[in-house]
Design a protein around this ligand. Sequence first.
Ligand code: ATP
Ligand code: MG
Length: 772
Amino acid sequence: MKDLFEDLNEVQKQAVSTTEGPLMIIAGAGSGKTRVLTYRIAHLIDKGIDSFNILALTFTNKAAREMKERISSLIGGTEAKNLWMGTFHSVFARILRAEAQKLGFPSNFTIYDTQDSVNVIKKVIAEMQLDTDIYKPKQVLGRISTYKNNLITVRSYFNNPELIEADASAMRPKTGEIYRAYVERCFKSGAMDFDDLLLRTNELLTRFPEVLAKYQDRFRYIMVDEYQDTNHSQYLIVKALASRFENICVVGDDAQSIYAFRGANIKNILNFKKDYSDAKVIPLEQNYRSTQIIVEAANTVISQNKEQLDKNVWTSNPPGDKIPVYRALSDADEANYVAAEIFNLKVSQQKKNKNFAVLYRTNAQSRAIEEALRKKNIGYKVYGGLSFYQRKEIKDLLAYLRILVNPKDQEALLRIINYPTRGIGDTTVNKLIVGADKLGKSLDELLENLELYFPSLGLNKAAFDKLINFWTMIQSFQVLLKTEDVYEVAMKVAVTSGILRSLKEDDTPEGISRVENIQELMNSLQGFVEEQKQLDEGDPSLNHFLENIALASDLDSGEEEDDKVSLMTIHLAKGLEFPVVFLVGLEENLFPSQMSMNTRQELEEERRLFYVALTRAEEKAYFTYAITRFRWGKIVDGEPSRFMEEVGEKYMEVLNVNFVNSFKNNTGLDSDIFDDDFTPRNRKSLKPADSSTSGISNSPKKLKPISNATIANPIEGSISALNVGNQVLHDRFGRGEVISIEGDPDNAKAVIKFENEGEKKLLLKFAKLKVL
Ligand code: ATP
Ligand code: MG
């Protein structure tokens, strides 16, 4: 076995060898935080700590798998296989399986994915006869999620007048009622949603001290990666489990906190020192991942955030290339540039597809990039978006499997009761649902004893027969499950239910690919069975398989060895690294996102996102933006993102003519355009491009150098005639009066007193003012 400490610098060694007591490592990107965690676990096992006593929580299950492999290769043997490692959700789902009955849930509870949850919410909203324009199902679910992640149960919600009042004044007074109905519905279906996995774990650990003691005793060494993105619920779980031995090591980077919008709480970092008064804090400063240019560019941007811990990240790597900036005429032009550049680097530097990543702010941006890569025959994989397991044919087959383990799973039952069609129509289904409600039974109970309940359901004989046939089939699968492995059972389900037959009837390319998907699912079932058999604590049950699927993150699917360009949102790229990274769509209103410019906090989160994106690059980063882009079904104009301005020319190489000039005019103006510390810049609003001025053209001859006028907002009204005392209208600040004007005509600035916004100093050529 090799000497573990050989691969580490002095500070990293210290972090790895500090195995006892609370330890926090807050350090910049690429400084080896994840590496330290990996080596620390290897070191613990090496020291003789039973892998059974180690718990490591990671951002994705894929990250956990990779860490395990690395640990195995460091220390040899099979010990690492049995480590408890994974996301919070997957680790605690596993614990809940063992303990669910204490909470009144069946141990084979179903895990609802977001789509299942939204379906339930939709039904609740419909039954309460509420307006879905006011109660948007996804939004309501988001609200419920926030409650759960802050441990606000239905009961505590209704005991808290402030919360009730907040929903009432947001014109959504029924939110609490929906919450209650949703929770009841899930409970009846024996189902937990993602947030329940954390909420219920907290409940378990609080209500049952003996359970808490059991897991405290088991997990003597606890490690958490990406600690900056834990939410309150996760924080409490870790704190409870660690409170006995206090061997807890958390690693993270406040500058990479990018999930505040989903409830992540950066205060967890600050609380650490309060919770553990003897906590050691070890900073890591040397970046091993990226070139100097990339490290310094990233430092420059993030230093503009006010809320951050001081860090000094440096690297001894070579300076590397400046970051090329490509100004595209359209999203298609941008995509073609990216594809051409990948093609060139593959030829000139023998790079492989997998050395490249294209990162974007929103999933929708992948389409144009995909098209361009396809045209050049470059293999790629899009992460996120609709995952394999969310495809209809897969969800249908999985719904059968879900019923087998948890017959109470109403979402699954309703999905397949008449799929493939077997003549059980909506009327019959509705009668069943109404009957079940009236009798206080679940649907599966009715079906199980249909002869008994039949008279009170108002069903005809034909419907009765069909239901009996359906349920007999389900029961036969359940019997099979007792003796056969999950692969065999799933095969039987696919054939006997008629799913395969009905899919095969469609011989269009789409139909064929659906059948292939089912085949792929079968392969993964087979793989799962074999994998589990090799583990000491392996669990080849269907239940476990379904749990893995429900908790697979967007990164977890897919064949990893493939040589493909990675396309993903920046959120997904956290923790990853690639030799070459294209950061595309660097436009105002896209990145930073239009939705996230209302407060300084939001803008700072966007900036952290930018920091995460840039620090994924090892050798080279590219910036691209498009001056017109197809969004929401129309062409909109785009302006370069402020983040490029913040990086500064020093680290960038601007490829297109005149960009530098317009850039220069833009830099240094912040304090002139803003007079308080944060006001969203008065950027050009998104509007359909006027074809005469949009400048879309594929012919380079027509490429107009950008002048200030094209980059700046068009001046409305006659500004040259602007005088002190004029009344003006500004599209964001509203009405105001000109107090003073200064500077030469080209760069004139005016102080304007707005009725509602107070005084602001505006550079006239950028300001969108109308003289009244
Ligand atoms: P992020 O904040 O992005 O999650 P991180 O701090 O977790 O980054 P790692 O991913 O652990 O950083 O390390 C970044 C890269 O630097 C990896 O490729 C890692 O193997 C390498 N690295 C870290 N420490 C060393 C070292 N001492 N010697 C050589 N390479 C190192
Ligand atoms: Mg990391």
